[in-house]
Design a protein around this ligand. Structure first.
Ligand code: ZN
Length: 246
């Protein structure tokens, strides 16, 4: 079985379509989505529909968890968002169809898939949306799940932490092969707004039988998405950051 794991699409339909093409070529059997389908980007409705379609076409199941921007765009608290995120959340609220709002409301915070835990931000208090930015956050997170691997998004920054006995270290590289005795925390990066200085859409594939996680990048039409952001009257910085991947 090969799963494609996507997160933080943020209404960027161009990036999502490019990732879908890559996932087709890679022949994934299932698609898992770690949330933040909407917020920031200009195509929230199209992305909500497209993610469901992508999941249904493969496994028939909707393996999708709620993200903090999804929650914000269906009436969640946005008082702690920065002004750009607030503006985008308010715009997205006014754009989202009733049906798509209903769908986002139905999403769980956490899902389990064989030996994996899926959550948007952190296995510790998933509803509080803690960030896992490095080894110390990862160390704390390992105490809050017992699965072989926990997949997260939220920071838009790809990361793999390995717990080997009592020692935690970060694992570099495009392909990460799981060691038999270790447990893992994997941040799958962001499809629609990468922040690791690589503007290409980021996602991973996971093959449990091979114990293998592979990081993938997809080029997409950044300019087309930028134009839509500006035409929608969304903050210009949300368009600018896409071309530098930050
Ligand atoms: Zn996000």
């Amino acid at each position: 079985m090969k799963a494609g794991i996507i997160s933080d699409i943020h209404g960027n339909l161009e990036a999502l379509r490019a990732v879908e093409r890559e996932l087709d070529e890679l022949g994934v059997d299932e698609i898992w989505c770690l949330g933040d389908i909407v917020g920031y980007g200009p195509n929230p409705n199209e992305c909500v529909t497209k993610v469901q379609e992508m999941c249904r076409q493969r496994s028939g199941e909707l393996i999708i968890v709620l993200g903090n921007h999804d929650e914000a765009c269906i009436g969640g608290d946005i008082s702690f968002f920065n002004p750009r995120a607030q503006a985008a959340a308010l715009w997205t609220r006014s754009e989202l169809s009733e049906e798509n709002q209903e769908f986002l409301r139905s999403l769980p915070l956490v899902l389990e898939r064989s030996d994996a835990l899926l959550v948007h931000a952190s296995p510790h208090e998933p509803e509080v949306w803690h960030y896992i930015m490095g080894i110390h956050d990862a160390a704390y997170a390992f105490g809050h799940f017992s699965h072989r691997v926990c997949f997260v998004g939220h920071s838009h920054y790809p990361l793999v932490a390995e717990l080997e006995g009592t020692v935690i270290h970060l694992v570099e590289g495009e392909e990460v092969e799981f060691q038999a005795e270790s447990r893992y925390l994997v941040n799958v990066g962001s499809v629609g707004q990468p922040r690791d200085r690589d503007p290409r859409a980021c996602f991973v594939t996971y093959e449990p039988e091979k114990d293998l996680v592979t990081f993938c990048r997809a080029e997409y039409d950044v300019v087309a998405c930028q134009e839509k952001i500006l035409n929608a009257g969304l903050p210009a910085m949300l368009a600018e950051r896409l071309e530098i991947g930050f």
